[in-house]
Design a protein around this ligand. Structure first.
Ligand code: IMP
Ligand code: MG
Length: 172
């Protein structure tokens, strides 16, 4: 039997999301910020985050995956949708569900720098530390965990559980 151990309640998520949104609103005041949500995992986090921002922003999405239907990264990054907005000379904030090895994000940071972004930063719901393999800098994180496979609030296991309103540690 799978076990779901609570990690973040609705109240925790609300508090952390508005805290991070406040920092972003201060840091990007008077700049032209483009938030890029990484599908599919970040869609719920991004939609809550943008509603807490007090600055004008543009929003776009990119669809990237590195996982098969397992709980460890395949190491290969598959891009199935690129951004539509021109990001040249713009400040880009990548919005992710979770940073694990950091491979997906170092790839994306590189991608946006090559596309001519003025700056590239990272905002994630969860910063998971134990398996980090790259020196990617996480600029904004709502919550940090050492390890474990998390689901809910956008995070999936084999495409399931994204709809759970809270975040759980899934023990298979
Ligand atoms: P990375 O390239 O290893 O950092 O992998 C990042 C991607 O792997 C995330 O965007 C998630 O889609 C997925 N991932 C990593 N850890 C978890 C987890 O605990 N739960 C759900 N997805 C995860
Ligand atoms: Mg993902």
């Amino acid at each position: 039997m799978s076990e779901f151990i609570p990690v973040l309640t609705k109240e925790d998520i609300d508090a952390q999301v508005s805290h991070v949104a406040q920092s972003i609103s201060i840091d990007y005041k008077d700049r032209e910020l483009i938030l890029i949500g990484i599908l599919k995992g970040a869609f719920i986090f991004l939609s809550d985050l943008i509603r807490q921002l007090s600055i004008p922003v543009k929003v776009d999405f990119m669809c990237v995956s590195s996982y098969g239907d397992s709980t460890s990264s395949s190491g290969r990054i598959k891009l199935s949708k690129d951004v539509d907005i021109d990001i040249k000379n713009k400040d880009v904030l990548i919005v992710e569900d979770i940073v694990d090895t950091g491979r997906t994000l170092s790839h994306l940071v590189e991608h946006f720098h090559s596309a001519g972004a003025a700056s590239v930063r990272i905002c994630t719901l969860i910063d998971k530390r134990e398996r980090r393999e790259t020196d990617v800098t996480v600029d904004y994180a709502c919550h940090t965990v050492e390890k474990g496979f998390l689901v809910g609030y956008g995070l999936d296991y084999a495409e399931f559980y994204r709809n759970l309103p809270e975040v759980y540690h899934l023990k298979l």
